[in-house]
Design a protein around this ligand. Structure first.
Ligand code: FPP
Length: 260
């Protein structure tokens, strides 16, 4: 995948290495509308969306982004018409089979967040195999798919886990803090996102990473996910590069720290 160096790649796109986010999370929205505009079946939009996943994963790998998280299927998406859900399951099967060698060859760790309860066993096995095999190869990037994911169910599961620890005495009430909560979420081994992108012009967060986005930067674009190309990602990264992340501090405090 990488024939030029990261520095050359960033220079080519006019990007500043020191302003590249470590973790980008994307709400990939607009597949259905993209297909509808062409009077095509919604599933065709999801297949085109999977091509965008390839393009953007490859771009992020070359740009040296360490974590890319993609919202591929929400807990609420199970309520879509049966043929769309089964079409998406088939697309996921194909993705897990076809991407295996590209992930391994490019040292990309495959990861998932979400509930395993409703997936067919063959999909769960493919996910587990890919997670295990790609974890073994000294990863330079982690690609996380949010599958059957909802932030509120994630938080409920975490509260239950920590409550059980408190009841059994493994943890004291006064030991429950932000880091204990973070380390019991699905995202326990990935950092909080620096940048959240949502495509298709919708301005909402849709139950995605509610705890983890406390200090993330947001970027919204009208571009539909199947149309989201490398240039759109460059625009998002340049916009991010111009943000001042203060984490509750003052501009003066931030500038003083940067000049040290
Ligand atoms: C939202 O668009 C998209 C989804 C619910 C599915 C996301 C799936 C992909 C991007 C395909 C990639 C899949 C894998 C396996 C990685 P929407 O259907 O809500 O679009 P709409 O709002 O225009 O109807």
């Amino acid at each position: 995948m990488t024939s030029i160096t990261r520095q050359e790649f960033l220079v080519k796109h006019g990007l500043d290495e020191s302003r590249i986010p470590g973790h980008i999370a994307i709400i990939m929205d607009g597949n259905g509308r993209w297909a509808g505009k062409k009077l095509w079946n919604r599933l065709k939009g999801h297949y085109e969306g999977a091509d965008s996943v390839d393009r953007i994963t490859s771009f992020c790998r070359k740009a040296g982004i360490k974590y890319l998280t993609l919202y591929a299927f929400s807990t609420e998406n199970w309520n879509r018409p049966g043929d769309e859900v089964s079409g998406l399951m088939n697309l996921l099967r194909e993705f897990l089979d076809k991407k295996r060698s590209a992930l391994l060859d490019n040292n990309i760790r495959f990861n998932t967040i979400g509930s395993n309860d409703r997936f067919p066993p063959d999909i769960l096995k493919k996910i587990e195999d890919l997670r295990r095999d790609t974890a073994a190869n000294d990863p330079v990037m982690t690609l996380t798919l949010a599958l059957s994911y909802g932030s509120r169910p994630e938080i409920v599961e975490t509260v239950r886990k920590i409550s059980a620890m408190a009841v059994s005495g493994t943890v004291k009430i006064e030991e429950i803090d932000e880091s204990l909560i973070s380390s019991n979420l699905y995202t326990n081994d990935i950092p909080d996102p620096d940048l959240i992108i949502r495509t298709s012009g919708e301005l909402r967060i849709s139950n995605f990473l509610l705890w983890q986005i406390a200090y993330s930067e947001f970027y919204f674009t009208d571009v539909l996910w199947p149309d989201f190309k490398e240039d759109d990602m460059v625009r998002a990264l340049k916009d991010y590069a111009g943000r001042e992340r203060r984490f509750g501090k003052t501009t003066e405090q931030i500038r003083k720290k940067e000049s040290k």
